[in-house]
Ligand binder design. Structure first.
Ligand code: UD1
Length: 427
């Protein structure tokens, strides 16, 4: 998978162009990553359709190869054969590149009964502890120790199913437990589980390989351990965050766009907010037409919450939209602390934003001014690109490698809809 994205690439956006046309969306990053992790458990050949061409997936494939998997693409399918996996050690440089590697603990313990990782990296969006993951795995019989900066997990006699209650419905911890439990002895019941659609996709994938999981998408998941799994074929769900980003882009830039091949139900929290700002939306089960209208109305409250609440991953794009709204809007980020790095950059464009702890207050302005801004994390990058679509003059978003972690060439999609967005490649 050669994408040729560089850490010094920039996006150059000329604001003021409306969006129109029809587009699909890539497969879900947050579904693909755990499913790739889960292929380890099968010890067989899995064919995945719809996986996105993004750098986070590249990193995950690099890790799988290093562990001993065979990875290739065949007629548009990603084929991962994990029969040859012989290592359980994820090198620190790759752990640092992507926090999602944390949920490789579950599948490696399930398959190899041992895992060695260092503390995970990923987006710079505040303190991201892994205590919930470690607590759940310990309860399943994993002995965890710190060894010179590495976390070493061992379960020489295998893992045992048990009753677990998460203190917070963490997406990653829910997935980790599901993957650790499928080959464990006995039954695991996970309460206060996260309910994100990507967890349902993981359940569907694992059940196709022979696992016995019930309840994903609700707050109680029951996993009956089985002796072994086998390879399968699976299509990942469409990316609701990419779809939401495009809907917000149209709400801000104006124009009329049809998104196809999506699961509209997954977008309900975003659709509700876009109706509040005055956008027109019509939809079927797998398509939506959005029409951006002026004036953009302010929104009294946007609170990021676990699914089906408003997704934290769309907080930055939403803030860009509300920076242009008529009146004062309030966003409260309840999932991550420190997920407001885009605020300073939006201010450089003229946005009027006051921060007080987890709350941001936006006094909308008629237009932001294009200038050079810097992406600090994946979703901040998307927010800045969107802000540039309606800004006066030219916005240059630097450090666009953050965007490439999760969006498959967003500039191409936006350009196909009429936006003026170009990638300036680093020399
Ligand atoms: C996943 C998504 C990410 C999304 C997030 C919340 C993937 C690959 N990433 O991340 O895009 O923004 O869900 O929807 O699917 N926490 C703890 N201790 C833990 C684990 C988490 O305190 O052991 C806290 C985190 O610091 C955070 C909150 O729980 O404040 C939510 O984190 P979590 O749901 O685990 O997010 P991720 O799985 O990392």
């Amino acid at each position: 998978m050669e994408m040729g994205t560089g850490s010094r690439d920039k996006l150059v956006i000329t604001g003021g162009w409306k969006l129109s046309g029809t587009t699909g969306v890539q497969g879900s990053k947050n579904a693909t990553l755990p499913i790739l992790g889960a292929t380890i458990l099968t010890g067989g050949e899995c064919s995945l359709l719809g996986t996105p061409r993004i750098t986070d997936v590249e990193v995950m494939l690099k890790i799988l190869r290093l562990l001993g998997a065979d990875v290739r693409t065949f007629r548009g399918e990603l084929v991962v054969d994990t029969k040859g996996i012989g290592s359980c050690h994820i090198p620190p440089n790759l752990m640092r590149e992507m926090r999602s590697t944390i949920f490789l603990m579950g599948p490696l313990l399930g398959r190899m009964r041992k895992v060695i990782i260092s503390h995970p990296g990923g987006c710079a969006i505040g303190n991201r502890p892994i205590d919930l993951h470690l607590k759940a795995l310990s309860a399943m019989g994993v002995e965890i120790r710190d060894d010179h900066g590495f976390i070493v997990g061992t379960a020489p006699r295998g893992l045992s199913g048990c009753d677990l209650h998460l203190d917070f419905p963490s997406v990653g911890a829910t997935e980790n437990v599901m993957m650790a439990a499928v080959l464990a002895r006995g039954t695991t019941v996970l309460r206060n589980a996260a309910k994100e659609p990507e967890i349902v996709d993981l359940q569907n994938f694992l059940n196709n390989t022979g696992a016995r999981i019930m309840g994903a998408g609700t707050d109680t998941i029951r996993i009956e351990g089985v002796d072994s799994l086998s390879g399968t074929k699976h299509t990942v769900i469409p990316d609701r965050i990419v779809a939401g980003t495009l809907l917000i882009a149209v709400a801000l830039a104006g124009g009329k766009v049809r998104l196809e091949g999506i699961i509209v139900e997954h977008l309900e929290p975003v659709i509700a907010k876009l109706r509040e700002v005055g956008s027109e939306l019509t939809m079927g089960d797998d398509w939506v037409v959005v029409e951006g209208r002026r004036p953009i109305r302010a929104v009294e409250s946007v609170r990021t919450l676990p699914y089906p609440g408003f997704p934290t991953d769309l907080q930055a794009p939403m803030m860009s939209l509300l920076s242009y709204a008529e009146g004062t809007s309030i966003i409260t980020e309840t999932i991550f602390d420190g997920r407001y790095h885009h605020v300073d950059e939006l201010r450089r464009m003229g946005a009027q934003i006051k921060l007080d702890g987890r709350t941001a207050m936006m006094k909308g302005v008629e237009r932001l001014s294009g200038t050079a801004v810097e992406a600090t994390d994946l979703r901040a990058a998307a927010g800045l690109v969107i802000a540039g679509l309606a800004a006066d003059g030219i916005t240059v978003v630097e450090k666009i490698h953050h965007l490439d972690r999760g969006y498959e060439r967003l500039e191409d999609t936006l350009r196909s809809l009429g936006a003026k967005v170009d990638r300036a490649k680093a020399a």
